[in-house]
Design a protein around this ligand. Structure first.
Ligand code: ZN
Ligand code: ZN
Length: 304
């Protein structure tokens, strides 16, 4: 049995992966062929819906797996592992990590580490992992298939890399989506697998990735942040609250991203429900000066 330190050591860093980088870029790129094939193959499989059709049960399974996994990406991978906006037990932390991994966006340490880099260098060309300044489609999905970003930069996520169960899940993340696929097949047969896993996963990918691409392009800016982040109500509804992305870039330590009462943030409501039953605690809110600062920023922008 390997120690945690050895397991962490075995994970290649971004720098080590960079050594394997080839010159190839674009659709014909040869990097990460297997993930690319799975990614586009799952897209192509959605066409099977034309033959299979959709039943009420299929649609309900689609809705449950899309919304459920969206919550775990936003409420767990993003607001917990990347930003530590609340506290929880070690057991529930693993539950959050496992269900987050069912979203088929790799492991929790990989996801959160790259996201921290996004905030650290937001929209600095060549430094931000996925800025639209480096190309719209790059920010949406291109960066995922670049070998430089295939590994987990453990230095960026040492706080959670001290848990061996998370290091294990980060390596074997594929087991989570496979479990979900088997569950969907058991519940709904082939059409259940198609709607509950394939179509739901593709929809979930693009909804999640739209925060890295569209939410840095379209929407309004309440806060004069150094990046291109926007608040976009349509994306906020689609992603259960992540569309209030300018709020989030301005103050990312808050579990709540909809700062105004009318900024619907379903993930935050669910987190409050988890808090009410004792599953999580110390849920962080935007401080008063951040909320009060709104008017001042607007006035500054008007005067400029
Ligand atoms: Zn962003
Ligand atoms: Zn963030």
């Amino acid at each position: 049995m390997k120690s945690v330190a050895q397991a962490i050591e075995a994970i290649p860093t971004d720098e080590e992966n960079a050594g394997q980088l080839t010159e190839a870029e674009g659709w014909w790129a040869t990097q990460l062929v297997i993930p690319r094939t799975i990614y586009w193959g799952l897209h192509a499989s959605c066409l099977l819906a034309l033959w299979v059709g959709v039943s009420t049960g299929d649609f309900l399974l689609f809705a449950a797996t899309f919304l459920g996994r969206m919550f775990f990406i936003t409420g767990a991978y993003h607001r917990y592992f990347a930003h530590k906006t609340y506290k929880t037990s070690r057991a529930f932390q693993f539950v959050l990590a496992f269900f987050g991994a069912t979203a088929t966006q790799k492991g929790p340490l990989w996801w959160a580490s790259h996201h921290r880099t996004h905030h650290k260098y937001a929209d600095v060309p060549g430094k931000d992992t996925h800025s639209p300044m480096d190309g719209f489609f790059w920010s949406h999905q291109g960066w995922i298939f670049d070998r430089r970003f295939d590994g987990t930069d453990i230095d960026n996520i040492r706080d959670f890399a001290s848990y061996p169960e998370l290091v294990w899940l980060n390596k074997w993340h594929i087991l989570a989506p496979i479990s979900l696929a088997v569950f969907c097949y058991a519940v709904g047969g082939f059409s259940g697998l198609l709607w509950g896993f394939a179509i739901s996963t593709v929809a979930l990918w693009h909804a999640t990735y739209s925060i890295n691409s569209l939410a840095h392009k379209f929407g309004t800016r309440r806060y004069d942040t150094r990046d291109t982040s926007r608040n976009n109500w349509a994306l906020a509804l689609l992603t259960l609250g992540e569309g209030w992305h300018n709020n989030h870039h301005h103050y990312c330590a808050s579990a709540r991203q909809g700062f105004m009462w009318w900024e619907v943030d379903v993930t935050y409501y669910v987190l409050r429900a988890f808090q009410a039953v004792g599953l999580i605690w110390d849920v962080r809110e935007p401080p008063a000066h951040i909320l009060k600062g709104t008017g001042a920023v607007r006035e500054t922008q008007k005067a400029a």
